[in-house]
Design a protein around this ligand. Structure first.
Ligand SMILES: Cc1cc2nc3c(=O)[nH]c(=O)nc-3n(C[C@H](O)[C@H](O)[C@H](O)COP(=O)(O)OP(=O)(O)OC[C@H]3O[C@@H](n4cnc5c(N)ncnc54)[C@H](O)[C@@H]3O)c2cc1C
Length: 433
């Protein structure tokens, strides 16, 4: 009997023949071999693209979670990949370790975060996959295989950004750092100043990012730096209340842009500046209740301001329904073959659209601006690229595809969406069984 599945935003839906939650790697291996194909694995379903969609089998790793072992001296932790980032933070804090950086939320499974090159912000900080020391997978034939950076660095680079297509990751060892404390500050400034000072301001902090508030002319800048000071209370979350105000003004004044702009500016001026010190695990993540769909492109760092200016102009001229702030971050380059940050200091720009409305006209109009600057799409966020275009953006593409064929020779993990992404024919044993 088939069941229904949908992603976080509700935009991607599937009716797989089977949804299963294996209890251990043995059961997982049997399912990968014998369950109706294509077999796709889900973390927390927080991707916006149809990566997880399957009309065959969706495998949830929610029962494969928790700490396996740790090395206190090297600050390494081996964890099961179904572990959500929220519980993971507390596990790590309990053993004196910290994740060097995090994205906006802590709901993802670590396997899912690795699956799409999930990232936070910081010019010297890599995405989660750059922490990988060892990876254990169940391959497309249902066999357990182990890879470690020491001795097998190429394989770690090939499969670290996994997309659920280079086997199913069961356990990973992460290189963490000793627990730490951050001073977090937020303030508002004119977007013209932000764009002019972009390189200096983004480079001046361990972690820096900003949001542009559409139709306002203002940005909210967020900086986090290491601190030894005593903790102070984290102010209550104001993001959802701010969004409600922006949505109300959009709904009432979408066709009166100058009045809307004036009212937003006066609301923005009242945003309280923030300044607090907290342990790392109390700083990064926010609560995201209002559902949206999102596109994020990773651009060469220096292209960030021009691309953002283009996106702002497009939005404010043609898409009055948009009210979500645009998010701008930096990510350090890395060596992972399917990483959007491969050998490139990066500026990431994310745009959001209320999940109650069709996001596609806005996303389709914005994408050429990102592509003009050689943007690489976030694997888990909306984009329209297929193999022919992706191959041009990833110098090690062919090598990655050769490794994928070795790991999954029968294309068991290849859904029609994945086949389009990788330029391969879904085989009978993958999609039709
Ligand atoms: C509210 C919200 C906030 C977000 N904030 C950020 C952010 O700050 N930064 C950022 O970069 N992204 C962000 N994202 C995107 C999100 O982090 C990614 O889409 C991430 O992949 C979702 O994790 P998940 O566990 O839900 O994975 P899923 O969406 O369930 O899966 C993602 C991919 O990973 C694969 N996968 C999952 N588990 C495994 C495994 N064990 N082995 C092999 N492959 C596996 C899946 O098959 C799929 O291909 C956000 C998304 C939402 C909805």
């Amino acid at each position: 009997m088939s069941s229904n599945w949908s992603n976080w935003s509700g935009f991607v839906r599937a009716e797989p023949k089977l949804i299963a939650s294996p209890a251990d790697a043995g059961e997982l291996g049997d399912l990968v071999r014998t369950a109706p194909g294509p077999v796709r694995v889900v973390g927390a379903g927080h991707s916006f693209t149809p990566l997880v969609k399957s009309e065959g089998t969706i495998l949830s790793l929610e029962r494969l979670e928790g700490l396996v072992s740790h090395d206190a001296e090297k600050h390494q932790a081996r964890v099961r990949t179904g572990t959500r980032l929220g519980p993971l933070m507390h596990i790590l804090q309990g053993i004196g370790q910290g994740l060097p950086n995090m994205g906006d939320i802590d709901r993802q499974a670590i396997g899912g975060a690795l699956g799409t090159a999930t990232h936070g912000s910081g010019p010297t900080l890599g995405a989660y996959h750059t922490q990988l020391e060892t990876v254990q997978i169940v391959d497309g034939l249902g066999k357990l295989r182990d890879f470690r950076r020491a001795g097998d660095q190429e394989m770690i680079h090939a499969i670290g950004v996994a997309l659920g297509a280079f086997g199913v990751m069961t356990e990973v060892t992460l290189n963490n750092i000793p627990t730490y404390r951050l001073r977090r500050r937020k303030w508002v400034l004119p977007i013209a100043d932000m764009l002019r000072e972009f390189e200096t301001m983004m480079a001046a902090h361990r972690s820096a990012e900003f949001y542009y508030i559409p139709f306002s002319g203002y940005a909210q800048f967020i900086a986090s730096d290491l601190s030894d000071a005593a903790p102070t209370p984290r102010p209550p979350e104001a993001d959802e209340a701010g969004l409600r105000t922006l949505r109300r003004l959009r709904t009432a004044l979408a066709w009166l842009p100058s009045l809307r702009g004036r009212l937003i500016r006066s609301a923005v001026a009242k945003f309280p500046a923030e300044d607090y010190v907290q342990d790392w695990l109390n700083v990064y993540a926010s609560d995201r209740q209002t559902k949206f769909n999102e596109m994020e492109y990773h651009l060469p760092f220096e292209a960030g301001p021009k691309a953002l200016a283009g996106i702002i102009e497009l939005t404010e001229k043609h898409f009055p329904e948009v009210y979500f702030p645009m998010e701008v971050r930096t990510v350090a380059p890395d060596e992972f073959w399917l990483s959007p940050f491969y050998r490139r200091p990066t500026c990431s720009i994310a745009i959001h659209h209320d999940a109650a409305n069709d996001p596609l006209p806005f996303m389709r109009a914005a994408e050429p601006i990102f592509r003009k600057y050689s943007g690489r799409p976030h694997w888990g966020k909306m984009h329209s690229l297929k193999a022919a275009e992706l191959k041009k953006l990833y110098p090690r593409w062919d090598d990655a595809m050769a490794v994928r064929r070795d790991i999954d020779p029968q294309n068991r993990l290849v859904s029609p969406y994945m086949a389009g992404l990788f330029g391969i024919e879904p085989s009978p044993s993958g999609s039709e069984r």
